[in-house]
Design a binder for this molecule. Sequence first.
Ligand code: MF3
Ligand code: CO
Length: 283
Amino acid sequence: MKFLTNLFFPETKEIRKQSGGLPPLRQSRRGIEIKSPGEIEIMRQSSKIVAKVLKEISEIVEPGMTTADVDTYVEKRIREMGATPSFKGYHGYPASICICLNNEVVHGIPSKKKVIRSGDILKVDTGAFQQGFHGDSCITVAVGKVTEKAEGLMRVAEESLYQGIEQVKAGNCLLDIAGAIEDHVKANGYSVVEDFTGHGVGRNLHELPCVFNFRTNKLPNVKLRAGMTLAIEPILNAGSKHTRTLRDRWTVVTVDNALSAQFEHTVLVTENGYEILTDRSLV
Ligand code: MF3
Ligand code: CO
């Protein structure tokens, strides 16, 4: 989600309008929804579909496939499992996945012309929507044999997501998550992308709060409460943290063309900790 913009929250305004200007039921502090047990159960199902399809992708991606092939597969599987792809049509986005190769940072559009090669690192990000709720997750996979450098970046990207998740529990704050991620990334000599953040997720793909991955005082340091559902999604670059957007107006790349990696989970805040709703080891 783009840092510091309201662009991705039209749905929140829509809900306000529908409820006569009043915040809808269960919208609580700072517009952040607390999900009910029933809603959480639905989010478990949406997230499980995402986990399943990403697990399958990690097993079947091979050199020679195009990024459009991956999109076709994901859309088909999401629909077979009774959900719809969250990304398709979202702000005009044309596909069911965002798929990024190597130096691409985020929001890569699948293409029949983009062939996946051995040695590539490939980010696949997708969401599933059913019974009114979304799940959202992203993985980075190594295609064939990749360099040690690429492997290191991917490993630290996944570790940093888990370091962030370890901080999730009622009473902790967003800065606890951000600090843990930033420290782990920097200790390993990589940079954290600051132009994009994680987000709340639920009835809408992108909800408040902005779940930032680095220390900042420009975004609200929200206190976590049981029933919040967060998409935590640090993006790590091997070189500069800075990014630029290509002329297709979606694909974001690193300014120095260095590698980029990302992992994302939809996570439920509980009284004593967390539940990773998009956990692939459970599907
Ligand atoms: N998981 C992506 C994110 O949170 C969602 C991409 S939105 C789309 O940034 F419009 F590109 F689909
Ligand atoms: Co997301």
